[in-house]
Design a protein around this ligand. Structure first.
Ligand code: FAD
Length: 426
């Protein structure tokens, strides 16, 4: 048994939602497009899961954050897909793909064929077991990648009020979850191997600001250390975590955010891979001309970085690469994507944005005590990256522009003095 479509998107996350809207706007005919998703709900704005979804009061719930509300655009509910003649196959995993035959086989045994395929399978959370630690299937150990994980986390959190949580990992999922747990009146200890939080992006000085702020909210940090095992009670629930140096931390719950792995499995051996993802050109086309890849799973050339291949794990990149692939498919004269990498996070009442690349020398600016500060990264005499906490919309636009235009820096002390004003002058 089988069905045939002109366009098929495998994966129903952020990129799929933005691709669907772009297809509809470019006039895809009813019955031509099919989206197959393992999740049981229509595409939604995944970043909400570690922010609004975890609030103790008036938490965000679907259908409020279906794509594409995160870009202040239309909210695509299941009804919208129906009205637009887009087949949304939910709760269905694609278990194999054959790019030569242009077919997919779902876990229910259905064969779905396509003329053009968009891979939007995103990524999965890395498990502690992959680092040799056993026991992360205990009922009070949580990961956070999808709605099912978020519902589980909310349930565990609600049973933990006034208790202790240990957050493993100091990246954005760990940081945002720690903030949410503290807001829910849970005592949080964060544990990570690096010397400071958000080590892939923050400088030690930027990290210090956030760590102090978290401390003021009761969150503690144990740095340069890792979890080695769990101590369980007779029901199998974790009651403590044991660290490498022997430290024992009592825990009523554990949240693990130790990175992600792109979901490339269906296509390994069939398409070229790079940087752990599926390699595409500037038109989001893979090594097979009928197959495109977008979002977290795609490794694409970033023009601004001399066409270096990057895999970006950020929502804006998922939205932009998805729209671009559809533009190329529907309007074949479309050129290469010219993308400015952008990443943001919101915790407690803080909010930052980062554009570009964090290579070269970091020059801090602004007033760290007032909560409006940032950094420029300078490489070969030009600005290649910019970070700002507590900026206005105009401020963020200005720093983005300075990076996009690779503004030349002749006088570093003057850049430091001018701070955000430098960006406005570019
Ligand atoms: P996803 O949104 O992960 O979607 C992939 C979809 O494919 C999923 O629905 C999955 O179930 C499905 N799928 C996978 N394999 C199969 C299969 N074989 N068959 C069928 N379906 C399949 N980014 C930011 O820039 N800022 C943030 O503040 C931020 N916060 C985040 C908070 C959390 C908790 C998480 C998890 C991510 C956050 N991100 C953030 C990252 C951002 O959400 C991702 O970059 C974005 O979701 C990537 O979109 P995607 O469509 O590529 O993948």
């Amino acid at each position: 048994m089988g069905r045939a479509f002109v366009y098929v998107i495998v994966g129903g996350g952020v990129a799929a939602g933005y691709a669907a809207l772009e297809f509809a706007r470019r006039g895809v005919a009813h019955g031509e497009l099919c989206i197959i998703s393992e999740e049981s709900v229509a595409p939604y704005e995944r970043p909400a899961l570690s922010k609004g979804y975890l609030l103790p009061e008036a938490p965000a719930r679907l259908p409020a954050f279906h794509t594409c509300v995160g870009a202040n655009d239309e909210r695509l509910t299941q009804k919208w897909y129906k009205e637009n003649g887009i087949e949304l196959v939910l709760g269905t995993r694609v278990k194999s793909a054959d790019v030569r035959r242009k077919t997919l086989i779902t876990a229910t045994g259905e064969t779905i064929s396509y003329k053009i395929l968009i891979i939007a399978t995103g990524a999965r959370a890395l498990k502690l077991e992959e680092f040799g630690v056993r026991g992360s299937d205990a009922e009070n150990v949580c990961y956070l990648r999808n709605l099912a994980d978020a519902n589980r986390l909310v349930g565990v959190m609600q049973n933990c009020s006034g208790g202790n949580a240990v957050v493993i990992g100091g990246g954005y999922v760990g940081m945002e979850c720690a903030a949410a747990l503290a807001t829910n009146r849970i005592k949080v200890t964060m544990v990570f191997p690096e010397a400071h939080c958000m080590a892939r992006l923050f400088t030690p000085k930027i990290a210090e600001f956030y760590e102090n702020y978290y401390n003021s909210k009761g969150v503690e940090f144990i740095k340069g250390n890792v979890l080695t095992s769990f101590e369980n009670d007779s029901d199998g629930k974790v009651k403590a975590v044991i660290l490498k140096d022997g430290t024992r931390l009592p825990a009523d719950m554990v949240v693990v955010g130790i990175g992600i792995r792109p979901n490339t499995g269906l296509f390994e051996g069939q398409l070229h891979l790079e940087k752990g993802g599926i390699k595409v050109n500037g038109r989001m086309q893979t090594s097979n001309a009928s197959v495109y890849a977008v979002g977290d799973v795609a490794a694409f050339p970033v023009k601004l970085f001399g066409n270096e291949i990057r895999r970006l794990e950020h929502v804006d990149s998922a939205r932009r690469t998805a729209r671009h692939a559809v533009a190329v498919i529907m309007a074949p004269t479309t050129g290469d994507l010219d993308y400015l990498p952008f990443f943001y996070s919101r915790v407690f009442t803080l909010s930052w944005q980062f554009y570009g690349d964090n290579i070269g020398e970091a020059i801090h600016y602004g007033d760290f005590s007032s909560g409006r500060f940032g950094a420029y990264w300078i490489y070969k005499g030009v600005i290649v990256g910019a970070f700002l906490e507590g900026g206005s919309r105009d401020d963020y636009e200005a720093i983005a522009n300075a990076v996009r235009l690779k503004a030349t820096v002749k006088d570093i002390p003057e850049l430091k003095r001018a701070g955000i004003e430098f960006a406005f002058r570019v």
